[in-house]
Design a protein around this ligand. Structure first.
Ligand SMILES: Nc1ncnc2c1ncn2[C@@H]1O[C@H](COP(=O)(O)OP(=O)(O)OP(=O)(O)O)[C@@H](O)[C@H]1O
Length: 683
């Protein structure tokens, strides 16, 4: 009772009898033990179980100090797991060693209840031992020093059995709990490891899927490319002009293209699986030979020229081995090119229609081309004769540019354009002071033409003095400049031209016979156009094309009527006149077809019997196609009058330009100069 007279809990307990207190303690203990198991997961470990057990045991029996010895599951030895004070550990260990030694320990284990024994090492007080055991095994031993008054008959001693059984159960449960926890942790670790493994497998699978889809895309692209390549090849295969037949190693047809279908006259589906020898091929024998050789040798046969038995067809055959992707030889490809048309064109070409800008299909022009080809190869002097405008200058150019001197200069001199003294100086040069106005030395045309050709036009009109000088040059290759005495040499080929009748001039005494023979080492005569009218359509076509290129006209050709007029005209000015007439007509016409109305009135007006055209050409003659060959027509124009009045008018119209005036008059410059001299005109 306290001073205020209130009773404390201690007072209340003190008044309760001993038995009842013991019963209360037992009930309290039972109540706490019933919660024991449920606290396993919250326990901090074996120490906490032992401490709590010791606390409960102390509540039942008075103890000075205590210790728990647990069985080591590995060795089976008892080791001190916990004491209530660290300083007591050694004392308890020695006690336990002694009790084990004297077998007291084993004896207590067999009892499985609280036992009081004297100290094994002779210490004061008694020891309380209680095994920690469950039905499944022994877990350890509780050891404590009790107070002097403790008696094993006390109720607390009996209750200790419950406490230590609970403790052993707890230890067992805790051990199972720990084992479970470890198993659990192991499982969790396994799950984590497996998860990690699966994640890595998953990501590598994802990578694999990605790579596979990329590879698929690539494959699809490659397949598309392959397909389009195949389609291109198929397009090429079917569009190619050559007939193509592929066969396997046994000569059985695998495929043929459109050209081959056309050639054989059967569809590909019918040809496939036939033996190639059964195909109706032109030049069949040669085709079989080429395929046989390719199949037999596995090597290509190139450019095999074959002619059909009737000679009507010419083919170029080729055999190529078929090599599979893996490199194995699996058949052959036969290609057949029909060159019949080409061969005939080649033959036509051989009959040349032109030589170095000179156009002509007439026989006389054909033989002229041959002659020019021969003459070009030699260095001889050539005399070119023919009426004005027949192409003498063209011949000189052809001889020069097709010969060995083509790299050197071609110097053209119109001998009628200059007076005798000027011509001498022009041809051979002069030295300073040679004549009034000769202020410095000047090389003549012979020197300029060194290594090349000199074209002396209108040679028939040169004076006797120049004839002598020329003769000397022809004989010795030497000359002197005017006003000089030093002989000079020039390596020059001479091509001379004239439209004059040199034989008559010789007989009249105006031309030296010896010079004539020197010049006429070889001669080329150009017939007037009226004597080779079959050349006119070709020349017309040539000049129309030339006008389109040079004058920018877009003339398609010449219509039938105009062509007839052109063919029957007498052409006193020859090809030059024809050329000028067409230039004039093209300018008037500009595009479409040249009609009779575009031609000079006198030409279009001439009436004549109807012209008979070559059957091959009945419509207008196109600029691109060859012309018709009309029958020659007699009569028509008279030679154009070159009188003083018309010459003066032309020169006036040409603004004093003699070349243009000559064009207007339809004559060459040389002719105009000659006429001017004949008429003694000094314009
Ligand atoms: N056969 C031909 N093929 C193509 N053009 C030709 C032919 N003959 C002459 N010509 C052309 O005719 C024009 C006159 O030709 P060229 O000057 O060669 O004649 P020429 O006989 O020398 O004349 P001239 O005696 O009046 O000097 C030139 O424009 C020339 O290109």
């Amino acid at each position: 009772m306290n001073q205020q007279g209130a009773e404390t809990e201690q007072d209340l307990r003190a008044r309760v009898p001993d038995e009842r207190r013991a019963t209360l303690a037992a009930l309290e203990l039972a109540a706490t033990l019933s919660h024991f198991d449920q606290r396993l997961d919250r326990m901090e470990g074996v120490d906490s179980i032992l401490r709590e057990t010791a606390a409960k045991a102390q509540g039942l029996v008075e103890m000075q100090s205590w210790a728990f010895f647990l069985v080591d599951p590995e060795t089976g030895d008892f080791t001190c797991a916990l004491t209530d004070g660290p300083e007591d550990r050694l004392r308890f260990e020695r006690e336990v060693d002694a009790l084990i030694e004297d077998r007291t320990f084993a004896w207590v284990l067999g009892r499985n209840r609280a036992v009081l024994v004297p100290s094994g090492i002779g210490a004061a007080g008694r020891l309380l031992l209680h095994p920690l055991a469950t039905s499944s095994g022994l877990w350890g031993m509780f050891v404590a020093f009790t107070g002097e008054g403790a008696e094993s008959t006390d109720l607390g001693f009996y209750l200790l059995t419950v406490v230590f059984f609970s403790c052993a159960s707890m230890l067992e449960s805790y051990s199972l709990y720990r084992q479970l926890q470890q198993v659990n942790e192991g499982l969790e670790q396994q799950v984590a490891d497996r998860t990690r493994e699966l994640v890595s497998i998953n990501s590598s699978l994802e990578r694999e899927v990605e790579e596979r889809s990329l590879a698929e895309q690539q494959l699809r692209r490659t397949l598309n490319e392959k397909e389009s390549y195949r389609q291109h090849l198929e397009a090429v295969f079917s569009s190619i002009q050559d007939a193509i037949i592929t066969v396997d190693l046994n000569g059985v047809v695998l495929n043929i293209n459109a050209a081959a279908e056309k050639m054989l006259g059967i569809p590909a589906a019918q040809a496939v699986r036939m033996h190639h020898t059964a195909l109706q091929l032109p030049c069949a024998r040669a085709c079989q030979d080429v395929l046989g050789a390719t199949l037999g040798s596995g090597t290509p046969v190139r450019e095999f020229r074959a002619v059909s038995e009737d000679g009507a067809q010419v083919m170029i055959l080729g055999g190529t081995p078929l090599i599979s992707l893996d490199g194995t030889f699996s058949g052959a490809v036969l290609s057949c090119r029909d060159i019949t048309r080409l061969v005939s064109l080649e033959q036509q070409l051989r009959q040349r229609h032109s030589f170095s800008n000179i156009i002509g299909r007439s026989k006389v022009m054909q033989s002229l081309f041959g002659l020019l080809e021969n003459l070009a190869a030699y260095d001889t002097t050539v005399l070119v004769t023919g009426e004005s405008g027949t192409g003498k200058e063209l011949v000189a150019e052809a001889l020069h540019y097709n010969g060995a001197r083509s790299g050197g200069p071609l110097v053209k001199v119109n001998c009628t354009a200059l007076s005798e003294s000027l011509l001498e100086s022009e041809l051979f040069g002069h030295v300073r002071g040679a004549f009034t106005g000769a202020v410095r030395d000047r090389a003549g045309r012979f020197e300029t033409a060194e290594g090349g050709t000199i074209f002396l036009d209108e040679i028939g009109d040169i004076s006797m003095r120049i004839q002598v000088l020329l003769l000397r040059f022809l004989e010795s290759k030497e000359f002197e400049r005017v006003g000089d005495t030093t002989p000079r040499r020039a390596d020059v080929r001479i091509v001379a031209a004239t439209n004059a009748d040199l034989h008559r001039r010789i007989s009249e005494g105006t031309f030296r016979a010896d010079l004539f023979y020197r010049l006429n080492v070889t001669s080329v005569h150009l017939p007037p156009l009226r004597e080779r009218r079959e050349d006119i359509p070709l020349l017309v076509q040539h000049f129309v094309e030339q006008c389109n290129t040079e004058l920018g006209t877009r003339v398609a050709g010449v219509d039938e009527k105009a062509m007839a007029a052109l063919v029957r005209a007498p052409w006193p000015g020859n090809v030059r006149e024809l050329k000028h007439t067409l230039e004039h007509a093209c300018v008037l016409c500009r595009d479409g077809y040249v009609e009779a109305g575009h031609l000079p009135a006198e030409l279009a007006a001439v009436e004549s019997p109807p012209v008979r055209f070559d059957a091959a050409v009945s419509g207008p003659v196109s600029a691109a196609a060859g012309g018709a060959v009309p029958q020659p027509v007699a009569g028509g124009f008279g030679r154009r009058q070159l009188d003083a009045r018309s010459i003066t008018a032309a020169i006036e119209q040409a603004g004093g330009n003699k070349a243009r005036a000559a064009r207007l008059l339809g004559v060459g410059r040389a002719t105009l100069y000659r006429k001017l001299r004949e008429l003694d005109m000094s314009i």
